[in-house]
Design a protein around this ligand. Structure first.
Ligand SMILES: Nc1ncnc2c1ncn2[C@@H]1O[C@H](COP(=O)(O)OP(=O)(O)OP(=O)(O)O)[C@@H](O)[C@H]1O
Ligand SMILES: [Mg+2]
Length: 510
């Protein structure tokens, strides 16, 4: 048999962070013209390998070959030259520069062209138009720091596309794209593959997408290759989850977490802080649309980010939004800050970890108890917090070096678990969720669903924005849909919530 010429072969790759061995002799081969799904649970080492292939980390052992040539210590030169393009999981844009500058700078430099604003804008608009022509026109001159997470994701993807690369590394590029945007991204990928025989390494925890776009998969487990280049047609979802080492029944797991959370609650006096009763029904009103969020119910928000973001902003005290009126027991509620909202029993978990959740300069333990400190209006209570932090990490199956490490030493999905853990012990009256499972692996997602359901069953009212329709269909009693301009278009009752109706109500049929 003739050996297939691979664009990239990684053999026996080893990577350690201090005492932790992340990659322990890992192999991966990617062929031209294929979309190769790279699968594994949170913290398995996917982003670490991607950073090695793109020269952001140095490996401690093993060999890397690109187009048959051995790559020395670092692959950075290949990225510099544009042969390897990467979209990192935690976005790497320069916040003080414009969209056009972020996209165009590396390309113009490579082409040895003089930088001019006009040239930069033209390059950026062309790249962005591949996925969103409307966004391309209106965003080129905006400063990246002012964009939402969702918009930054589009910019990061555009930057990597159409740069003439031979290998494209996509680390969870769709984690917060809408169904329609994901479909457009996939169309671009297919076109690039047809035109240029591009090879794509694709990381995602969204099973359906993986099946839509990928041809083969490699699964990483315990730092080694558990499944090597197997066609996706030849492996079932169940087998994939098993090979990832994730076959624990989710219900058992979530019971265990709930037990830990209750144990933690008993040790604190927060339990009685928020009284959860029917009187706590929150009503949100907007030009003729009125939705009641009752204790125990889960209300979904569907649609492009503009509409859900404005409502979430108003509900959590992030900023005033005059279009929305929020009432409890008929009285208007308007929070002046997120901490005021938290003290009044409003919990908030966002998928925009970097900007709305993770305290990057504080250790893991502070990240876990941050909401509790705000609610209790107190400072540090080390002993109790360390016990609580330890229990929460254990319950959520988080492998952390120590509670005193910084969150940046955790994988993306694991950081997201810290944000969810923050609210587990607090019994909020209202829990506002903005893509709370962004980047979380399949098993943990199921655990989080079960936990949120339990919180609802105990009387918390939940409002949940998701770009994944399957999530809304599975979890929500009612869904409030928004159109592309951010206007609410109507309320779907549970029996009417299916993916087609959601796509129609949001104007985002994929
Ligand atoms: N800079 C670092 N210092 C110490 N440990 C690290 C560092 N970066 C990653 N790790 C550890 O390496 C392991 C693998 O992390 P990695 O980010 O590669 O996982 P992943 O497979 O991408 O997970 P996810 O699906 O959650 O994104 C984790 O245990 C993580 O805590
Ligand atoms: Mg990762």
């Amino acid at each position: 048999m003739v050996q297939q010429p691979y664009v990239l072969s990684a053999r026996s790759i080893v990577k350690r962070f201090g005492p932790t061995s992340v990659l322990r002799g890992f192999d991966l081969s990617i062929a031209p013209g294929e979309v190769h799904a790279f699968l594994g649970g949170n913290g398995a080492g996917k982003s670490t390998l991607i950073k090695i292939i793109s020269g952001q980390h140095e490996r401690d052992g093993g060999t890397l070959e690109f187009d048959g040539n051995e790559i020395g210590a670092s692959a950075a030169a290949y990225v510099e030259a544009g042969a390897i393009a990467v979209v990192n999981q935690e976005l790497a844009l320069l916040p003080h520069l414009s969209v056009a500058e972020n996209i165009a700078m590396p390309r113009l430099r490579r082409a040895m062209r003089k930088y001019s604003e006009r040239a930069a804008k033209a390059v950026a608009v062309e790249a962005l138009s591949l996925i969103d022509p409307h966004f391309a026109r209106e965003s080129a001159e905006r400063v990246v720091g002012d964009l939402t997470l969702h918009e930054r994701q589009l910019v990061e993807i555009a930057r990597s596309l159409g740069s003439g690369a031979r290998l494209l590394l996509l680390d969870e590029p769709t984690a917060n794209l809408t169904a329609a945007e994901t479909a457009r991204l996939f169309a671009v990928i297919r076109r690039l593959i047809a035109d240029t025989k591009l090879a794509v390494l694709f990381v995602s925890h969204r099973m359906r997408e993986i099946r839509q776009i990928a041809d083969v998969c490699t699964i990483i487990r315990d730092g080694k290759t558990a499944v090597d280049r197997v066609a996706l047609d030849a492996i079932s979802d169940r087998e994939i989850v098993e090979c990832m080492g994730q076959s624990v029944e989710p219900d058992e797991q979530s019971d265990a977490i709930a037990a830990h959370a209750t144990q933690t609650q008993e040790g604190s006096d927060v339990r009685a802080k928020f009284s959860v009763s029917e009187g706590n029904t929150i009503t949100i009103e907007h030009e003729g649309i009125s939705v009641a969020i009752r204790p125990g119910s889960i209300v979904g928000l569907a649609g492009a980010p503009t509409g859900p973001s404005a409502l979430i902003t108003a509900l959590t005290g992030l900023a005033a939004d005059h279009a929305w009126h929020v009432k409890r027991n008929g009285a208007t509620v308007a929070y002046t800050s997120p901490s005021a909202a938290a003290r009044d029993g409003v919990g908030f978990i966002s998928g925009d970890r970097a900007n709305k959740g993770i305290l990057e300069t504080l250790p893991i333990v502070d990240n876990l108890v941050a909401a509790q400190r705000i609610v209790e209006r107190r400072g540090v209570a080390r002993k109790k917090e360390v016990q609580q932090g330890t229990r929460l990490l254990e319950a959520l199956n988080v492998r952390a070096g120590s509670l005193w490490d910084l969150p940046s030493t955790l994988s993306g999905g694991t950081q997201q678990k810290l944000l969810v853990a923050r609210w587990l012990t607090l019994k909020p009256k209202l829990l506002v969720l903005e893509e709370p499972t962004r980047g979380v692996d399949i098993r943990t997602k199921r655990e989080i669903y079960a936990l949120i359901r339990k919180m609802a069953a105990q009387g918390t009212a939940v409002i949940w924005w998701s770009t994944e329709y399957v999530e809304l269909v599975e979890l929500c009693d009612t869904v409030l849909a928004f159109d592309l301009d951010g206007r609410p278009t109507g309320v779907l009752r549970h029996a009417d919530v299916d993916e087609t109706r959601l796509a129609n109500a949001t104007g985002m049929a994929a």
